[in-house]
Design a binder for this molecule. Structure first.
Ligand code: SF4
Length: 238
């Protein structure tokens, strides 16, 4: 009678031979890694790091009391727009109308920014993301102080990391200086792109400034046209 394939004696010889090979490899200093162990490691290495969401950044801010501006706010004005925006606008601080509405760029300054977005950039507000350096309105609309910016800036950085925009437009000197880590005036900074912290940044005038200095609107229009050109380059398949 024929022996069936892989009979008991054959299997035993095979096991003995494998055992001998493994023992010899160990004696030679070769480390034997179990299949399940190496497969687990490969899975862990291949798993991409989870990208943060705007919701998780907002959840971490909570009812923030990290700086003194918490005492005078009505609303914490986190931001508004698309998490997938290619363009993010960053102003200095929410104004009184934003504090009342709980949304950034809500008053006449917001209306001016909306006009720029629709008429010059040919986009809509929901296409972009709007936020500010500090998330709470300052008393009498003063510029945010350095300690307030320092307390709030990590959350703006996390918002930008969650969105990964192509371009960040810094509105006004305070936002531009904080994002660029510069002490230069806005007149020195605007009119060209800067690279800082992995971001492509275009500084320009704040809508509140433009309401008072209407003759400077042309400069912001020029800055916006540079943004339009840059966005169209990035959209090109060639
Ligand atoms: S400005 Fe920013 S850090 Fe200060 S209380 Fe508001 S959310 Fe917190």
């Amino acid at each position: 009678m024929n022996q069936p394939e892989n009979s008991q004696p054959d299997r035993q010889r095979l096991l003995d031979s494998m055992q001998a090979h493994l023992s010899s490899a160990r004696r030679s200093g070769i480390r034997i890694v179990g299949l399940s162990q190496s497969a687990g490691r490969a899975t862990a290495a291949a798993a991409p790091a989870a990208r943060e969401t705007l919701d998780s950044v907002r959840a971490d801010l909570g009812a923030c009391t990290r700086c003194g501006l918490c005492g005078s706010r009505t609303s914490l004005v986190f931001g508004q727009g698309s998490q997938r925006a290619r363009l993010v606008f960053v102003g200095g601080a929410p104004l009184a109308a934003d504090d009342a509405a709980g949304e950034p760029f809500s008053g006449p300054e917001g209306e001016m920014l909306t006009n720029i977005i629709t008429r010059v950039l040919n986009l809509t507000r929901p296409d972009v993301y709007l936020t500010t350096l500090v998330k709470c309105a300052t008393p009498e609309g003063r510029a945010p102080a350095q300690d307030e910016i320092t307390a709030c800036l990590p959350f703006l950085r996390r918002q930008l990391a969650a969105i990964e925009p192509s371009i960040v437009c810094a509105l006004g000197q305070v936002a531009a200086q904080a994002l660029l880590g510069s002490d230069r005036s806005l007149d020195e900074l605007r009119g060209r792109f800067h690279r800082a912290g992995g971001l492509l940044i275009m500084p320009t005038h704040d809508p509140a400034f433009l309401r008072v200095h209407e003759h400077r609107k042309r400069e912001t229009r020029d800055d916006m046209l540079m943004i339009v050109r840059e966005l169209s380059k990035k959209a090109s398949p060639f």
